[in-house]
Design a protein around this ligand. Structure first.
Ligand code: PMP
Length: 370
């Protein structure tokens, strides 16, 4: 009885497995060059801002009412946008406040006690958190030394664990590694009707020529889910709009776990306005891809190890004391990310001027007397 009283003396009365856990998130520091959370460095034009503001004002007039719970117009617009890659209809589309929320909803609907989610490390560090928060067992297989996936090992792990959810980012965060085209069919087949395969294409628009989108496989695999976001290539990280394309029955299942009216009227209106400006907002993607390739070449030229990247960031190393390098760059006003396997650092691709500052700072940090 006494020990029960002692347990109750711990306050607040948090689930014990959450005690002492730091909330996920990179440091938000106000420094001149921010290359740490894979944002698009280019903001909207004045014309685009005006259109978004007008859309927000129109939504504001109706704010005494709840928004369209099914966000029909937005789903149609997102379906039309995705249809550039493969035919997608509105009933195959779902959206939420960032693809983080989409993914949590997927785990709420398809994970849960007694079920298992699988991914392959190193990978996006939020995945185990979705699993934890939905009481889903988490199993992480390993990637190869070059961060690629050995498909035979992946198949063996899935056959052993029989997961109800497989989470596969393509490109992978933090390594930038894209899935080879044959991976999707192979993994969807192994998982079968017992689970879903989520291909997280948060950075899909940055992939190099010749790497197809998983959207093309939706017509073949009913257990395939492809997630996307407006946060990265679309230059809308502040908007908080992520979405997915999947079989309509999967979309219907998510409707059971979503909160009512989870997408505000303002979010819906602003996302629709942003989609009308897709050509402008995506207009810098080619430039960012070239800048990425130049950054990879430059880092290799400097003698660093660099992971192949299909994303808007580059993982490079390896450093005996990566924290010292990270801190040294920060002292030069350049914020990057201390993430991934020990010894590696990740830099997001910024403007050409920002990348020049990064390069100059890195040389200074690594050659302090030079
Ligand atoms: N997936 C991956 C692989 C990511 O890196 C991120 C963001 N860092 C997300 C999903 C979630 O992004 P958002 O919630 O902004 O859509």
């Amino acid at each position: 009885e006494r020990s029960e009283r002692q347990v109750q003396a711990v306050w607040p009365p948090l689930r014990p497995e959450l005690a002492g856990i730091e909330p996920y998130g990179a440091p938000q520091l106000d420094v001149p060059v921010q290359l740490n959370v894979n944002e698009n460095p280019y903001g909207p034009s004045a014309e685009c801002v005006a259109d978004i503001a007008e859309a927000a004002a129109e939504a504001a007039v109706t704010l005494n009412r709840y928004p369209d719970r099914e966000f029909v117009e937005l789903r149609r617009a997102l379906a039309e946008y995705l249809s550039k890659d493969a035919p997608v209809s509105a009933d195959m589309v779902w959206a939420a406040n960032g693809s983080n929320e989409v993914m949590l909803q997927l785990l709420q609907a398809f994970g849960g006690p007694g079920r298992t989610a699988v991914s392959f490390a190193p990978t996006y560090s939020m995945y185990p958190e979705y699993a934890r928060d939905t009481h889903t067992e988490w199993v992480a297989g390993a990637r190869e030394d070059d961060f690629s996936l050995d498909l035979d090992k992946a198949r063996a792990l899935i056959e052993e664990v029989r997961p109800s959810v497989v989470l596969l980012p393509s490109p992978n965060n933090p390594t930038g590694t894209a899935l080879p085209p044959e991976a999707i069919g192979l993994l969807c087949e192994v998982v079968g009707d017992r689970g879903i395969v989520v291909v997280d294409e948060a950075y899909g628009e940055f992939r190099r020529a010749g790497v197809p989108s998983a959207l093309e496989s939706l017509a073949t695999w009913r257990n395939l889910v492809v997630t996307r976001t407006m946060s990265k290539a679309f230059a809308g990280a502040g908007l908080r709009l992520g979405y997915l394309a999947a079989h309509p029955a999967i979309v219907d299942a998510i409707r059971v776990v979503r909160l009512p009216y989870h997408l505000s009227a303002v979010t819906q209106a602003v996302a629709l306005a942003a989609l009308r400006h897709a050509p402008e907002l995506l207009g810098k993607v080619d430039e960012l891809r070239s800048e990425r390739d130049r950054t990879v070449d430059w880092l290799r030229g400097q003698g660093h190890e660099v992971a192949e990247s299909d994303a808007n960031y580059v993982l490079f190393g390896r450093f005996a004391d990566r924290h010292a390098v990270w801190q040294g760059l920060l002292d030069h006003g350049v914020l990057i990310r201390e993430v991934g396997p020990d010894g590696w650092l990740r830099v997001s691709i910024g403007t050409a001027a920002e990348m020049d500052t990064f390069k100059t700072a890195l040389v200074a940090v690594l050659n302090p007397r030079g």
